[in-house]
Design a protein. Structure first.
Length: 155
């Protein structure tokens, strides 16, 4: 066993953090919430490329979603800081889902190409789950000042 842990389990800090009230629940929710974001860009490229036979168009639509996320992300984060996750995240997630659904329907029913960009740009409103999880951890750790183990630190 490495000297760094000095007999303590390397998992002890994580166990201590996950023992805090509601930590397991929002950690699991955050993990599940991150899954779709990893596949949105790839799915968009495959959907548009199959419908139009152009990876250039497909990449441009996907890039428009990334640009919209870069522009709307700070705005969504500011709203979340001001009004709280509970009030902002459901609306932001609904707008992002509406954008994805809109893109699928536009491609399926042969809408003009500009509508792909317009609908997929709504994806930029998606809540930043990483930032929201960090905010939850900060609040939870402030509430339990004495219980501040750092993962990887000696137990």
């Amino acid at each position: 066993m490495p000297i760094l842990f000095r007999g303590a389990s390397p998992w002890a800090p994580y166990r201590a953090l996950l023992a805090l009230p509601s930590a397991r629940l929002f950690t699991a929710a955050g993990a599940v919430a991150r899954l779709p974001s990893a596949m949105c860009g790839v799915s968009t490229v495959l959907l548009v490329a199959r419908a139009h036979g152009s990876y250039g168009l497909a990449g441009a639509v996907s890039a428009a979603g990334l640009l919209a996320t870069a522009l709307a992300g700070p705005w969504t984060a500011r709203l979340t800081d001001r009004h709280g996750q509970r009030r902002v995240a459901p609306w932001a997630a609904a707008l992002a889902a509406l954008g994805l659904l809109g893109l699928v329907l536009c491609v399926r029913y042969g809408a003009p190409v500009w509508t792909y960009f317009a609908t997929y740009a709504l994806l930029g409103c998606a809540p930043n789950t990483g930032a929201m999880a960090r905010a939850r951890w900060a609040r939870l750790l402030r509430a339990s000042e004495g219980a501040r183990p750092t993962p990887g630190a000696p137990g």
